[in-house]
Design a protein around this ligand. Sequence first.
Ligand code: CUA
Length: 335
Amino acid sequence: MRLQLLLLTVLAVFLAGCGGPQNMLGPAGPAARDISTLSWIVLGIFSAVAVIMWVLLGWTALRRRGSLSEHEPVDIGGGQNWILTGGFVIPFVILATVFVLGLRTMMAFPVNDGKHDRPDIRVTGHQWWWEVQYLDGAVDRHFTTANEIHIPAGRPVDIELESADVIHSFWVPKLHGKEDLVPGQPNLIRIEADRPGIYSGQCAEFCGAQHAHMMLVVVAQPETEYQAWMAGQVGSSAQPVNGEQALGQQIFLAKPCALCHTIRGTEAHATVGPDLTHLASRQGIAANMLPNNEANLAAWVTHAQALKPASRMPNVTQLSGLQLQSLVAYLQSLN
Ligand code: CUA
């Protein structure tokens, strides 16, 4: 009884790791499904091998054995077929099969070979956030956002991956495998979500102190909703509608904020940090490390270095309480 309980607990702990928002074995798109199918095949084969090995080990341990004098001499060559078959032929066949299956899966994915049209989106990795440029249509329809990628559900989207500094890796487990963002080497990844939903992702290549806090969100929307979202993002930021927001905007432009960020429709055009034009429409801040709300915005402005040490966002401490409140009110109006 106690053993069963223990086994159940162990099983529960293992299964708790599955089914989460970043479960690669729970695919939500064609590419992830191919990878997941391959993973199940490999898992099946290796589980079978493990079971057979345990049975053989058990058999060796339990079989009747005699004394040393009853054994055949060592040099008689017994058991060499076991070594040849079990140690060479079977592993060769299994590993070669898995290798070929893996290559076939990989080769089915499009790469950046110059034969594809312009990508729909360009994602540039920064320490430690994601710049997202939409390249759809004419140049005046292009816009930049950050850390949250909206895509239409049910159709493929080509994303060009680049890096502004070190190597990062784009990984949204429910939609695709990992693909690196390499400085000077644009890569292409094609993602598609079967259904509308929110798919979380993570930088999957160690890129410095805050690598673990470099998260991204893919929001798949029905076509009409997606078009509406695009139309909203193309435009400039909302202008202040009350005194508090107006003061906030004034502070944004006068204080260090404008040296690093862009808010389209104002004089802030810097590109060191994320574009904040439609900040309030995004779910998270600090590369989705924190939910986008009043308390976190105030904490991020004043204590970024405590929340995300070594990031390029400084602690902005020269604000009075009223100024901070106005600044946050303004940021929250940018939808
Ligand atoms: Cu970017 Cu790890």
